[in-house]
Design a protein around this ligand. Structure first.
Ligand code: ACO
Length: 700
């Protein structure tokens, strides 16, 4: 029994607001329930009617002798609360609230929605909606929606935050030959959201691939856990809109969604194994690919084409998508060479030439599919006068039967003359496109998924030794008591030290003598920096002195900085001067953190220094649950990694120490949600060890 079994496979359904008047939503829903072939009991609810669509009608849900598992509500917004209350009293388990006029219309609507949720909580009911088209399960079967189309049965579960998008896709799907196991309009997601339906679809034996169109995610942490679990059972492909600034505003006004930062979505999806589609077209291309094709074992792609240009386009795309052009075995090359015309291309792409008929395609395809170095194949066809589209299609289907483990895709580049062949492929479940690019993009989605499945989940980082939470708390307490949110350098270094992050020694001093004493303790050379929360660019106000070698230089440096700062910024509150041990130069890196509203802290790693924003060589991961494997991947994604491994004869840097420092930063920002931002720039990486030089921490 799954959590939402009584919703998606109810024993009885009530339609509240059922109407005898054709064209009204309450009438359409009732007819949809009846016409979908639903086998359970159906109760139309209408206070004024005795009978609707040939079924006995009831004045209220409370009048039904046995409570239905599901009530679909289509009464005006002002009546929804009383109907929900009735449902609760009657013992209904689930509501689908079709009615609009809630959160999406503003404050009053939001209040109404909160009351509705409270009623559901009070009676232990689960709710889809409000503001939804409803849902359809083709296997129950049940159409609990006012959609105009009941889709054909299939293996795709489609969850859509936009009802309009859902009905459009349903209408289009029939012509596209696409079938669904379940479609769900998520609407305002006041109770149930994509998370619940992803979990449900993951457990549904009729669903092979889960597709989502979403505008926001309400509970980032829960999403990561649920989608991560689901993605290991079956592919989860999500198209998240609202990526642009303008798009984010449109998303807010649409279903009242608060669009999170797009980067965080990107990182979160990747980290939990969700495949991100970049358009509706790509979403459904991937759906077809996952529903129809076997997941290839690797990334080696073979191309068979009857013309050069499309072969080159396909090759370019293979590379651009990070796939590999398969290198055929010696036997394959010899056989192709022997049987194909001398002008044919026998390496990859295999060019069977413009005069190729079905038999030549069949031969080339057969050889390529039999090659153990090939994981997937793209068949390209342009309609030359002698091309045999239908016979070639038959050849493709026969070869596929003989090699069920190879993912075969087609791009039939043309119109009318290739339409019959393309339709045959669609019917037989071979993904067929008009151009090569989407075919390669779909293969890359399959390969990505396969790689994700083959990557062990990664051990959660073990408890870190040498952590002093109390020490951090004490620093934060002092900062807050001082009415500040930004830590001084010495305070930030102390926080880092408490978490075992190797910060260069630094001490706050208030007199030249104190500065000299600290410098003597640390050993020369030292750096002096003005300590003032208001001064962000210390160098610009003459607030930094580097490479000081003696007590005399420290003393005069101290005085000079004080004079400079008072000259530039006479009002600035100065806490003193920080003395920092001057560390030898290492590879300059950055480790940082920014906090996302949905997914929490995001860790950044990359090339550091003053040009960090210009160079933008940075990779990101979510801090929570960050595994060692993910940290290593994170390093490998940057160009900085090339430097770390030893560039142009230089010795490699201490990657182990870096991985450990990133882990510790992730632990620090996860343990202390009050840290809103953190930047360590630069971190110097050495052959042995690291040194965090400049640490900025901002609290909320
Ligand atoms: N119990 C049972 N039936 C009731 C009750 C009640 N407490 N109160 C009223 N009814 C009956 C009415 O008598 C009426 O039946 P009738 O046709 O026999 O008179 C029926 O329920 C419907 O009530 P109406 O007042 O006629 O409301 P109407 O059908 O015009 O509108 C609706 C109701 C459709 C729910 C409307 O309020 C609404 O929200 N429309 C928008 C729906 C929508 O767009 N949802 C989001 C989809 S997502 C997307 O973007 C496509």
């Amino acid at each position: 029994m799954t959590k939402l079994a009584s919703l998606v496979r109810p024993k009885a359904v009530a339609v509240v607001g059922a109407s005898p008047k054709a064209g009204k939503i309450g009438n359409t829903i009732l007819k949809n329930v009846i016409e979908s072939g639903y086998k359970g009991k159906i109760y139309p609810i209408n206070p004024r009617e005795d009978q609707i669509e040939g079924l006995k009608a009831y004045p209220a849900v409370t009048e039904i002798s046995e409570p239905p598992d599901l009530a679909v509500i289509a009464v005006p917004a002002a009546r929804v609360l009383e109907v929900a209350e009735d449902c609760g009293k009657a013992g209904v388990k689930n509501l689908v609230v079709i009615t609009a006029g809630f959160k999406e219309v503003g404050k009053a609507g939001l209040e109404l929605e909160k009351k509705l949720v409270n009623i559901c909580r009070q009676y232990g009911m689960r709710m889809l909606g409000p503001n939804v088209v409803g849902f359809i399960d083709t296997h129950t079967p049940l159409n609990a929606s006012f959609a105009g189309t009941f889709p054909r049965q299939g293996e795709i579960a489609f969850l859509s935050q936009s009802g309009a998008m859902l009905v459009a896709i349903l209408d289009w799907s029939d012509a596209a030959g696409l079938g669904f196991s379940r479609v769900v309009s998520l609407g305002n997601k006041a109770d149930l959201s994509e998370i619940d339906f992803i979990e449900e679809a993951a457990a549904d034996p009729h669903t092979k691939v889960i597709l989502c169109y979403i505008e926001d995610i309400v509970d980032g942490q829960r999403f990561l856990e649920a989608a991560g679990r689901a993605a290991r059972q079956k592919p989860v492909v999500i198209y998240k809109s609202g990526t642009s600034q303008a798009g984010a505003l449109a998303a807010s006004s649409h279903t009242g969604a608060l669009a999170g930062s797009d980067l965080a979505y990107d990182v979160a999806f990747r980290q939990c194994g969700v495949i991100r589609a970049r358009s509706m077209t790509e979403l459904f291309d991937l759906a077809v690919a996952f529903a129809k094709a076997p997941v290839p074992r690797g990334s080696r792609v073979a191309i068979v084409t009857n013309s050069g240009g499309p072969g080159i386009i396909a090759t370019d795309n293979v590379e651009a998508k990070g796939l590999q052009m398969a290198r055929f075995s010696k036997e394959t090359i010899e056989e192709l060479q022997e049987k194909l015309p001398a002008e044919a291309g026998i390496y990859n792409p295999v060019d069977v030439l413009g005069d190729a008929k079905a038999d030549r395609y069949r031969f080339a395809l057969e050889k390529v599919c039999a090659d153990p170095n090939v994981d997937s194949v793209v068949v390209l066809m342009c309609p030359a006068g002698v091309t045999q589209p239908v016979e070639t299609t038959e050849a493709i289907l026969e070869v596929r039967k003989a090699h069920p483990d190879k993912a075969i895709f087609a791009a039939f580049m043309g119109g009318e003359s290739l339409a019959e062949g393309a339709a045959m492929l669609a019917r037989e479940g071979v993904p067929c496109f008009t151009f090569p690019e989407p075919a390669i993009a779909a293969i890359s989605g399959l390969v990505y998924y396969n790689e994700m499945l083959n990557t062990p989940e990664g051990e959660a980082a073990a408890a870190l030794p040498g952590i002093d939470r109390k020490g951090v708390k004490a620093v934060f307490y002092d900062v807050i008591k001082d009415n500040r949110l930004v830590l001084l350098g010495s305070e930030a270094a102390e926080v880092a030290r408490c978490y075992g992050i190797p910060a260069a020694p630094v001490a706050l001093t208030v007199s030249p003598e104190e500065a000299v004493a600290e410098a003597e303790k640390m050993g020369y050379p030292v750096v002096l920096k003005v300590a003032s929360p208001k001064i962000l660019h210390k160098t610009d106000v003459g607030g930094v002195k580097i490479g000081l070698q003696s007590a005399e230089e420290v003393r005069s440096g101290f005085m000079e900085i004080m004079n400079n700062v008072h000259g530039y910024l006479p009002q600035a509150v100065v806490y003193g001067i920080e003395v920092q041990k001057m560390m030898p130069r290492g590879t300059e890196l950055i480790i940082g953190m920014t906090r996302d509203i949905q997914f929490g802290p995001l860790i950044a790693f990359g090339l550091g220094g003053v040009y960090v924003n210009l160079i933008k060589d940075v990779s990101f991961r979510l801090a929570r649950g960050l595994t060692l494997r993910e940290i290593e991947k994170m390093l490998q994604e940057t160009r900085a990694y090339t430097l770390l491994r030893g560039y142009r004869g230089e010795k490699p840097r201490d990657i182990g120490a870096l991985v450990d420092a990133i882990r510790r930063v992730a632990a620090l920002v996860t343990d202390f949600p009050e840290i809103t931002e953190m930047d360590i720039n630069p971190v110097f990486a050495y052959e042995e060890g690291l040194s965090a030089l400049d640490i900025k921490i901002t609290l909320s």
